[in-house]
Design a protein around this ligand. Structure first.
Ligand code: ATP
Length: 308
């Protein structure tokens, strides 16, 4: 399947001489949710801004649904919706007018039925005649999305969609993004909240110092780089780990009543039954056990550490 976005050899050096992007190659597949992760100043906004035609690249090419973003700017831009972080519209304007006006900016003919559908999908219909200034923060964010969808784009960029948003609204936003994907829209989001990528993304790209250091299926990333731990609460505290169990590299807690076994999720899991048998043979009795798995956040922090 041809990718909906195809980026090759993309670099950006700002007038200041600062190189914000270094030879980025990336393909985004139709219909996926792609999360772009990276620390502050990594180059996420620069990358999005180039694809959306707001910043000129220094080198490289970007195709949006087959259209070159420079030589075929209009066609490329019409495929893309951008949800920025801030609402910059006239606070006195109504929801309906704001969203309809956005469509007009793309040179598209008025299509009230489409605007109605977008507003209904985003639960904004009852607010259509309200002025923006009267809306709650959450509703304003929905208006941003409605504006971005007003011209029927196939690709939607969300720049930090839930920055400064409370947990409840964040969850609502996630549900909304998923329902958009269900309608066939490709979603690319930048986020500082790793939990957000973990929750929503099909694939994750990590950008650091202008370089795309990793692109991976989220589940694969977590499987490959994740570690699992089995934690055993012991019936009786141990003074040390018996020699016979040395091969498992167990960690004994300071008070001696907890053993932690860390294992690689890539390796076969058969070492756990063996460990449990060996514990039994060494008369080590446990009263409780739990397993933990490293989060995408642990993996992300580790990746950035390795880079520095
Ligand atoms: N117009 C500009 N002129 C010079 N440097 C710029 C310009 N815009 C951005 N930069 C620099 O480019 C780098 C990347 O910025 P960018 O906004 O793309 O990062 P980001 O990953 O989106 O960061 P954040 O997560 O903080 O939004 C930063 O060091 C920034 O200072």
């Amino acid at each position: 399947m041809t990718p909906i976005i195809s980026i090759s050899g993309l670099s950006k050096t700002y007038a200041s001489g600062f190189q914000a992007l270094k030879h980025i190659n990336l393909e985004i597949q139709r219909g996926e949710i792609f999360a772009l992760l990276g620390p502050n100043g990594a180059g996420k906004t620069t990358l999005i801004s180039i694809i959306c035609g707001l910043v000129n690249p220094t080198e490289g090419t970007v195709l949006a649904d087959g259209h070159n973003i420079i030589t075929d700017y209009r066609a490329a831009r019409s495929k893309i919706g951008l949800v920025p972080q801030e609402l910059t519209n006239d606070a006195f304007e109504t929801v309906w007018n704001t969203v309809s006006f956005s469509r007009g900016l793309f040179g598209k003919r008025a299509h009230p039925a489409h605007i109605e559908k977008v507003l209904k999908d985003l639960s904004l219909w009852s607010k259509k005649d309200n002025r923006l200034m009267t809306l709650s923060g959450g509703m304003k964010r929905r208006v941003l999305i409605a504006k971005a969808l007003s011209h029927e784009p196939q690709i939607l960029f969300l720049d930090e969609p839930t920055a400064g948003v409370d947990v409840e609204l964040r969850k609502e936003m996630w549900a909304m993004v998923r329902s958009l994907r269900a309608t066939g829209v490709t979603v690319i989001l930048t986020t500082h909240y790793i939990e957000e990528a973990e929750e929503m993304a099909d694939r994750v790209g990590v950008i650091n110092n202008g370089e795309l250091i990793l692109v991976e299926e989220k589940t694969e990333l977590m499987r490959k780089l994740g570690k699992k731990q089995l934690i055993l609460q012991l019936q009786n505290a141990l003074p040390n780990v018996p020699e016979a169990l040395a091969a498992y590299a167990l960690e004994l807690s300071a008070d001696g009543d907890q053993l932690t076994y860390t294992y690689d999720t890539r390796r076969e899991h058969s070492s756990i039954p063996a460990l449990l048998r060996d514990l039994h043979d060494n008369s080590i009795v446990f009263k409780d056990l739990q397993t933990t798995q490293s989060s995408l956040e642990d993996i992300f922090v580790k990746l950035l550490k390795e880079q520095s």
